[in-house]
Design a protein around this ligand. Structure first.
Ligand code: AMP
Length: 322
């Protein structure tokens, strides 16, 4: 294997296997879906005889990203597993990496653990979709307009329209090439990504009106099941709205905690434009990126402890940057 690039190593494993299962993280978002579905479609188009499937729970919100596959245990036998956008085994949706003989991880999260035989981790990449674009560019894997659309949606969503850190010159170079090579009409993708029901906008207004902002610049809100029901939204909506609270003078980090009664957990999304938040999230069984993290908590009492920990992080940040 000496001398081969990571792209060649991954491509070689893809070539060697007739059945390939592609998994991504639980609670799929456009990057998880874009990277896994884009890679699936590219492998299918490059090697039409291969059986390539994506696994994991479907999400109706992101239906427009493309259909998932129905995969049985038998279909997974002898397959190569490729996991995208997922740093740790426990967050893989629909596949147990220990049951596969050969496994690959392609991820842009900070390292948590090794659970695949071949791991390509680039925590400076804007998105897992960006890494798949890179992989395709460096191998004989096929790129076309449809695949480009999925990968672009993943990338543009994970960078929040090129706003986030890790939107680098490389990101722009890869996107420019993607558009040049495939003639992708990026504006045609935005209605699917950004059109929202009015009730969600009203819910966003409710959150804005009920945020608590601490003296250290932490904003938080605890959304109960009743509030979710009152606005006719779902338990994921609060978390999906988190990025809309960026660039507010008085707020440097913010978190939305939503009661998920069906699953008996509190879903937490956290964002920051300064303080490092993933360490605090990890202490509560969550994790993520330095400025974008999440967690699942047992109840709002634990939520209060997390809020306290995040406020402390904001306090320290304010003191350090005075
Ligand atoms: P979200 O707020 O759900 O968009 O998540 C932001 C980031 O935090 C993503 O990179 C997720 O992978 C990570 N994350 C979200 N929830 C969890 C969790 N329960 N455990 C670990 N990481 C999480």
């Amino acid at each position: 294997m000496f001398g081969r690039t990571i792209y060649q190593k991954i491509y070689r494993k893809i070539k060697q296997h007739d059945t390939i299962i592609i998994a991504r993280h639980i609670g799929a978002d456009p990057d998880a879906l874009g990277s896994s579905l884009g890679l699936r479609d590219s492998i299918r188009k490059t090697f039409p005889h291969k059986h390539v499937y994506t696994v994991g729970c479907p999400t109706s919100k992101f239906r427009y990203m493309g259909g998932l596959d129905h995969v049985t245990e038998e279909m997974m036998e002898g397959a190569l597993l490729i996991v995208t956008d997922t740093p740790d085994q426990k967050r893989v949706d629909g596949a147990d990496a220990t049951k596969f003989k050969d496994t690959i991880k392609i991820d842009h999260h900070p390292f948590i653990e090794t659970f695949c035989k071949l791991e390509w981790i680039d925590d400076t990449a804007s998105s897992a979709s960006q890494m798949i674009i890179e992989l395709i560019n460096h191998t004989k894997l096929v790129m076309d307009q449809e695949i480009a659309g999925k990968l672009y949606m993943g990338l543009v969503s994970d960078t929040d329209r090129f706003l986030f850190q890790y939107t680098t010159p490389k990101t722009f170079r890869l996107v420019a090439k993607l558009i040049d090579d495939t003639g992708l009409d990026i504006t045609s993708l935005y209605p699917n990504l950004y059109t929202r029901p009015l009730k969600e906008i009203k819910f966003q207004g409710f959150i804005a009106n009920h945020l608590t902002v601490t003296e250290y610049g932490l904003a938080y809100i605890k959304i109960t099941d009743e509030m979710v029901k009152e606005y006719g939204v779902d338990v994921a909506t609060g978390g999906n709205l988190i990025n809309y609270f960026n660039f507010i003078h008085e707020i440097i980090a913010w978190t939305i905690l939503t009661e998920d009664k069906n699953n008996g957990v509190i879903r937490v999304s956290i964002r920051s434009r300064g303080p490092v938040i993933n360490e605090a999230a990890s202490k509560f069984g969550g994790g993520g990126h330095i400025y974008a993290s999440g967690a699942k908590l047992a109840n709002f009492e634990v939520g209060d402890q997390l809020i306290e920990a995040l406020d402390e992080v904001c306090k320290q940040y304010q003191e350090e940057t005075k």
